[in-house]
Design a protein around this ligand. Sequence first.
Ligand code: ZN
Length: 245
Amino acid sequence: MEWAIFADVHGNLDALEAVLADARAAGAGRYACLGDIVGYGAEPDACCERVRALGCAAVVRGNHDHACSHRTSLAWFNPRAAEAARWTREHLSEENRAWLRTLPYRAVAAGAALVHGSLFEPPHWDYVVDTASARRHFERQRTETAFVGHSHVPCLFALRAGRVLGFRPPATPLVLDPGAGKYLVNVGSVGQPRDGDPHACYCLYDPEAHSVEWRRVEYDAEAAARKIRAAGLPDVLAARLLIGR
Ligand code: ZN
């Protein structure tokens, strides 16, 4: 059974619908969401409802899900992210806010650990972007495979014989070798890719075959950008969707 594992939707319903259609067409029957369903984009409620209706095996909490559903300080965010978080707080329904508050920081599904940023102190939202941050994560990973989002940059880290290695995602499905070490898969971002490719990104995972496929999906980014501008959110949040930065 193929799993669709996705992260960082960020209120971009156009991208989410395109990803779910692609996953369905590819035969995915189970779903897991790695958080940041809201924040930045103009349709946070619709994205929450879409994810809730999927019947995901697991949904974990992202830093934006947390910030938009709690009265915490936004000092940690850059000014545009803070402005978007304030807007999202005002526009989220009470029901979806309550749901976001129930999300766990970590979960296990398909035999893999799921967390938004890193298993290194999940409530502190560490980014796994280099071998040092990957090592902090691996020290706490008990499963052979883990999936994260948070950086919006798809990639793979492997721990083999004590060495941490980083890889860019291959264009074709990759078969992991669990006997050879541990793996950390960053699934990229559905709603706000930052690796220079504006296509929505997510992973298909087959736990029996140990295969991971990073999928890039075309969607109407212009429509998502128009909605951001119409909502009065910072223009840069619309512009970045078109270039994937
Ligand atoms: Zn994010």
